[in-house]
Each structure stands twice: as C-alpha cells, then as structure tokens.
Design a protein around this ligand. Structure first.
Ligand code: IMP
Ligand code: MG
Length: 189
C-alpha cells in the first residue's frame, strides 16, 4: 500500500536540509566530546529517533556506545498524557558515563524531562540532549527541558516523517512533513 501524496499537506524540511543540519550538529558534538578519554553513550529514544540517530552517529568521529530506551506516555495518537512508562530499558550501565540523549521532537517536554531525571538518578556523569525538532510553544514561557542541540524549530503542527509517526505510520518518509488533518479527522487529535 503506497503512502498517498495528499496525506502530507506540506513538506516542512526536506532531506537535503536535514542532512546538512545533522552534519553541523555532529561537528559540534565531535568538538565538545573529543577531548574526553571515555566514550560517549548515545541513547536513542525508540522508535521516533531511530532515523535521526543512525544518520547522526555516522557523522561522529569520536568513540561512542549506542544504546536504546523505549518509553511510552500513556495514550496514543497525537497527544501525550504525561505518565511515562519504560517499555524497553537501556542495556548499558550508565553510572559515571557521559550520555547524549537523541530525540525526534520536543513537544511538551514531559518525556525528556522524565528521562533526564531518571538518568541522573542512575548517576550519569553528564547528560545532554539533541533533538531533531522542537515545537513552538503557544505559551511564551518556555520552561521545557534544555536541549543543547536543536535541529529545527518548527510551528505547532503535527508532523510526520524522518522517524516521526502518526499511529506508527509515515516514519519512513525521507523528509519532515505536516500531516493533513483529514488523516486524523475523527481520530485522536
Ligand atoms: P512530549 O513528551 O510531549 O515532548 O512528547 C514527545 C513525544 O511525542 C515525541 O517523542 C513524539 O513521539 C511525540 N510527538 C510529539 N509531537 C509530535 C508530532 O508532531 N508528530 C509525531 N510525534 C509527535
Ligand atoms: Mg511517537
């Protein structure tokens, strides 16, 4: 079954722009961590960050370990509820390690702030976040968790592609696009 062109109302960020931005961010990450003896643990949040994570790590020239955590905020569809559950935990013991969290999108920030606190309680040496996208808040007061690297600031629209899903679909689109509202009309948005 093919993805219908009309499901995407607008291509927000094309493949080329994403590639260039990932290279820039990777250069900054390389520069920040290259002087440390210890490897960097690059933690991807499943499933949304997989595409971004795999493109990003291929641009890194420092020693890294890759690990994954799968988290779910209760409820599905296009809104997160705030209660975070670990579906699959890390395999690596991160105590005294420098970690970098790789996320697809910062929306309310609940998932990431929960994870940062969780990793701190495991005794990490340092913890930074890189997110491909950051959604603009309607509220001017942005008290969301600090992301050291942000690929793109985007408007408050529901986006899919480059790992991001709606109902687990559209992750494989090679760009970030706005999902047409008719796809979720009568759905969960
Ligand atoms: P937060 O905890 O509200 O920041 O939600 C973060 C999670 O919600 C992300 O990891 C995404 O999986 C999902 N999410 C938030 N906004 C979007 C979107 O526009 N498209 C697809 N997924 C989204
Ligand atoms: Mg998701």
């Amino acid at each position: 079954m093919r993805i219908k062109d009309e499901d995407i109302s607008e291509v927000l960020i094309n493949r080329d722009s994403i590639k260039k931005r990932i290279e820039q961010i990777a250069n900054e990450i390389n520069a920040k961590y290259e002087s440390y003896d210890q490897e960097l643990i690059v933690i991807g949040i499943l499933n949304g960050s997989t595409i971004f994570h795999s493109d990003l790590v291929r641009e890194l020239n420092i020693q890294i370990n890759v690990d994954w955590i799968c988290l779910s905020s209760y409820g599905s569809g296009t809104k997160s509820s705030g209660v975070v559950r670990v579906i699959k935990d890390l395999s690596i013991d991160v105590k005294d390690k420098r970690v970098l969290i790789v996320e697809d999108i910062l929306d309310s920030g609940l998932t990431l702030s929960w994870l940062v606190k969780n990793l701190e309680s495991r005794g990490v040496k340092s913890c930074e976040i890189v997110t491909l996208l950051r959604k603009k808040l309607l509220d001017e007061n942005d008290s969301r968790v600090e992301c050291r690297w942000v690929g793109f600031d985007i408007p408050n629209k529901f986006v899919v592609g480059f790992g991001l899903d709606y109902d687990n679909k559209y992750r494989n689109l090679p760009y970030v696009g706005v999902l047409d509202s008719k796809v979720y009309d009568g759905g969960l948005l």
